[in-house]
Write a protein that binds this ligand. Structure first.
Ligand SMILES: Nc1ncnc2c1ncn2[C@@H]1O[C@H](COP(=O)(O)OP(=O)(O)OP(=O)(O)O)[C@@H](O)[C@H]1O
Length: 290
């Protein structure tokens, strides 16, 4: 369910990040409507994670502006209540959930902690909501009592997703969130993410180097190369008929039936940078189709 009058989940304009002389991200402009889903793809070092970290407030911007749910993120000197409010807008799930979960905290306590930080729920209501969230991600009472070390990689990622979804964010950033999982577990997590999207209006920013999985989750796609967007559009159109040579090379490197690794991506891969989808240079993700 989306509200057309509502502000976009994300408006990022001219994002730039430099590390010394290195330009890691250069002039990225992205708009994501509520409930939209955008894949950000590109080879290692193309600037995907840096872009995601800037949007999540984990990395200061060198230049550019950000709005999440219509609001400018709080600055460095902001009060903790203001920072918490912002944290409710955007949540991030990483490749290695083990690193982001407290290994001494049982799963239910880990979800309960997030709920008590960001909501008014306490006592029995908090326990009920915790069980509900775990149930939504396919985990039961046994896993609720477990420590992260006794869960599988897929189960740990489910806990990380439950923690992120617990605060009902406007934007969920998934940074290589299924990259470390077996193919069958990847498929289960992607199915879970689709389910969550269908019953909420959380927008997804799905960061991946794997072009083989984006069509299962994302309506739109941007392709990054050396910190810039080189191509963007509806996922199926871009995958079907890529216009940029770099996107074509990236697609050629995806293993599929009959695939031969005849082309390797290299720094000499040509690119017509940038080729935005819209005339105004904005990569815009509309609301999902009803
Ligand atoms: N904290 C940092 N200090 C210096 N350079 C950095 C820092 N973080 C990222 N970089 C550099 O910025 C560039 C973009 O890195 P980034 O991690 O955003 O790429 P990526 O596309 O996410 O790659 P990967 O898929 O390997 O994570 C790289 O050249 C990287 O070495």
């Amino acid at each position: 369910m989306t509200d057309d009058a509502a502000p976009p989940a994300l408006e990022a304009v001219g994002l730039r990040k430099t590390f010394g002389d290195l330009v890691a991200v250069d002039d990225i402009t992205v708009t994501l409507a509520r409930g939209a889903s955008l894949a950000v793809v590109g080879e290692s070092g193309s600037g995907k994670t840096t872009t995601a970290r800037m949007i999540a407030g984990l990395e200061p911007l060198t230049a550019g502006t950000l709005r999440l749910d219509g609001r400018v993120p709080p600055g460095r000197g902001a009060k903790s209540a203001e920072r918490r409010r912002f944290a409710r807008c955007v949540q991030m799930v990483f490749q290695d959930p083990y690193a982001s979960l407290d290994r001494h905290q049982r799963v239910a306590d880990s979800i309960g902690e997030v709920l008590s930080l960001h909501t008014e729920l306490r006592g029995e209501a908090l326990r009920r909501r915790t069980a509900e969230l775990l149930d939504q991600v396919g985990l039961g009472a046994r896993q609720a009592r477990s420590l992260p070390r006794s869960l599988s990689g897929g189960q740990r990622q489910r806990v990380a997703i439950a923690r992120a979804v617990a605060v009902e964010p406007r934007l969920l950033i998934l940074d290589e969130a299924v990259a470390a999982l077996d193919v069958s577990v990847q498929a289960q997590i992607i199915a879970l993410l689709r389910e969550i999207r269908e019953r909420s209006d959380i927008a997804y920013l799905f960061i991946t180097h794997d072009l083989g999985i984006v069509q299962h989750l994302c309506d739109d796609i941007v392709v990054m190369h050396r910190g810039r967007v080189v191509e963007s559009g509806r996922t199926l159109s871009v995958l079907d008929a890529p216009r940029d040579p770099y996107t074509r090379a990236l697609l050629d490197s995806v293993p599929r039936r009959g695939w031969k690794p005849s082309r390797r991506l290299g720094s000499d891969t040509p690119s017509t940078t940038p080729t935005p989808l819209l005339d105004n240079g904005v990569t815009s993700c509309p609301s999902p189709r009803p």
